[in-house]
Design a protein around this ligand. Sequence first.
Ligand code: DAH
Length: 357
Amino acid sequence: MDDLKQKYLSQIADAGDESALEDIRLAAVGKKGEVALKMRELGKMTPEERQVAGPALNALKDEINSALAAKKAALGDAALDERLRSEWLDVTLPTRHQRQGSIHPVSQVTEELTAIFAEMGFSVAEGPRIDTDWYNFDALNIPGHHPARAEMDTFYMARGEGDDRAPHVLRTHTSPVQIRTMEAEGAPLRIICPGGVYRADYDQTHTPMFHQVEGLAIDKDLSMANLKWVLEEFFSAFFEIDGIKTRFRASHFPFTEPSAEVDIQCSWVDGQLRIGEGDGWMEVLGSGMVHPKVLQAGGIDPNEWQGFAFGMGIDRIAMLKYGIPDLRAFFDADLRWLRHYGFASLDQPNLHGGLSR
Ligand code: DAH
């Protein structure tokens, strides 16, 4: 029995893994193991012999079982140690560098002005960038012979021979959205229409595609006074300067009567533009009372309703607010420019949290 004990205890001590240990268990204390065989021999013994051998065999079985359990636990600990060693991770290492995109100034400024006009009850309306010449010109009281039509440097869509659809243009301004929205919603109305527009023109302050925002308010008793209040309210909020002054200069647009070009107060100090101070003026938009023919084209009765409209360049006010000198760079997709002038993607502009940080 001592031999058996020595043999199995040393095998257990040498076992390298759990399956070797299981083989030893079967050979030693399994149903057909050596200890079981010895137990079977008890029957052939005399009662005296059995009294000594029985408990001794049980003790041997217990001893082997507990040696197996101890070894099994030790092997488990070693395996865990090994796993912890091999799967070790240095969580203090710097993360891999990930480039983050930024919000383009045009998108940022569109969000900003949308937030400001929303506060004054204007909702956003949109229209197609490819539109008929009727929406882009005629409905806005710009007939075929009108000089404004020639001055717009319009891109016309190519037409196949025999194509008798109405001529289509890349819209030269956002004003056609006025007509589409009047048709769709009727009066009263309070909308802004931001979006891309196209003209064949290219220099430091002109690109063939740029952005405008149109404003339109129709009601029973709106006047130029309401227009002026809305615009001054807008510019103060947009440039984050209280009480910006505007100057209305008589002008002419086919779609408004009377018409005015609007300047905001500014000054030049050491070649730097300062908005909202001094005695200089900077032209920022065109506006006026909506022409009766335009209301009619939109299906609204000019004897019952009247309103004001304005149109302003989004890229241009972005350049003014954020000190961006060249318009062409807006559309070059140069990553260095985008990183420099772009905005953090999670900063949603709103009037209470600040328009831009
Ligand atoms: N559509 C004009 C342009 O592109 C801008 C404009 C002027 C829009 C006066 C208006 C307005 O609504 O009333 O130059």
